[in-house]
Ligand binder design. Sequence first.
Ligand code: ATP
Ligand code: MG
Length: 449
Amino acid sequence: MTQPNIVLPGPVETALGLLEHAGFEAWVVGGCTRDALLGGAPKDWDITTSALPAETLSVFSDFRTIETGLQHGTVAVLLDGMLLEITTYRVDGTYKDSRHPDEVTFTRSIGEDLARRDFTMNAIAYSPARGYEDLYGGASDIEAHLIRCVGDPETRFTEDALRILRALRFSSVLGFAIEERTASAIHALKERILHVAWERISAEVLQLLCGKDVYRVLQDYRDVFAVLFPELEPCFDFPQNNPWHIYDVYTHIAHSVESIAPEPALRLTMLLHDIGKPETYFTDDRGIGHFYGHPKRSAQLAEAIVHRLRLSSAMQQEVCTLVEYHDYPVEPSEPVLLRRLHKFGPATLRHLLLVKRADCLAQNPEKTGADLDKLSTIEHMLDVLLKKEPAFRVADLAISGGDLITLGMRPGPQLGAFLESILEAVMAGELPNDREALLAYVRDKGMKP
Ligand code: ATP
Ligand code: MG
């Protein structure tokens, strides 16, 4: 198949030229070739070469080089402000731990280097001098939107189980299907993903969740997700028996994930928001299903999961808060919004409204129209309200604890509680946030001998 030439950035072309001029072969390879063939702009350019690391270093002796990846054969070179990773052709040795090759050996054969790569779409090399080296039909798989292992899928996933998650991540992000034998091997070997470090699992899962085809991947590979998150399994096919819902709990979850903006914390929140439902289920005497208290139970289960995923503590907290309060009432009323701003802060409150919208979008569309309209009204009201820079924290008040002390109050918890009560009165519209008015109010009410 003839493919168009790839337009390379200047520094990449220079690096390839310098290596070739010194008598070595050099190609761009991997994600950049794949993305270029897909018509996108690659985010980084990886170069593969027949030059040994020491030879690469000497070719680029006039440039800044970084040797941190040397034992894997990678030299990073800074060329005209662009950091390029140049890796020697490599054969990965045997794998004992389902993740790391026991040793890597260098080779002078591009064919051997391409054979170690995970998927055909990632095993295409391109050089302006020699064109494409596509030994595994990667270009036609890209055209067919197919993810296929290089070589025998079971062997490749047994060597390195991270490839299982990479396959699902690429499937979700690129919207590609997974070729049949590759897919069967994923289902068969899914338990091996637990050999992968949670940091790596986490990075792949978050990217996967943000992909455009996340719904399909969550459904078709739910058995793989159950390995990572056994807490999800009770949700599979769990009927809700409630007129507000047309989906079982897991299908509702999967639809809610695709219904929110592709930001990791938001997508993960939707994945976890209802995991407490099966445990809290009960049917009333009319046969209707309810899940009282499920947000709290979901948040408890979510806490263990965000910890397992090694997320930053800020992200752990954000996700657990959003899960716990996803059903918390919010009304189109300024005093209510101020109280919610007080409780959550502007950023989390905005996220909470997005979570509520995604939750609605994954329910019974014949019922949720009014709720979705109400959410739009609230979002608009919140924007208008925040532009007015209203007081919703004690620090926003026109008076401070210092003023109360000057007026004779003793420092301590009572002073804090008094300030909170002033804030509540201001948020309820009972007092203006005006220094003189507040001081007058304090003099009148607050001064205790
Ligand atoms: P991304 O767009 O996420 O950067 P990528 O394909 O470039 O995708 P990298 O992790 O940057 O992914 O890896 C670069 C290349 O190295 C891949 O295209 C693939 O050829 C190879 N590769 C990466 N990880 C593996 C792996 N676990 N097993 C085999 N080959 C891999
Ligand atoms: Mg890459």
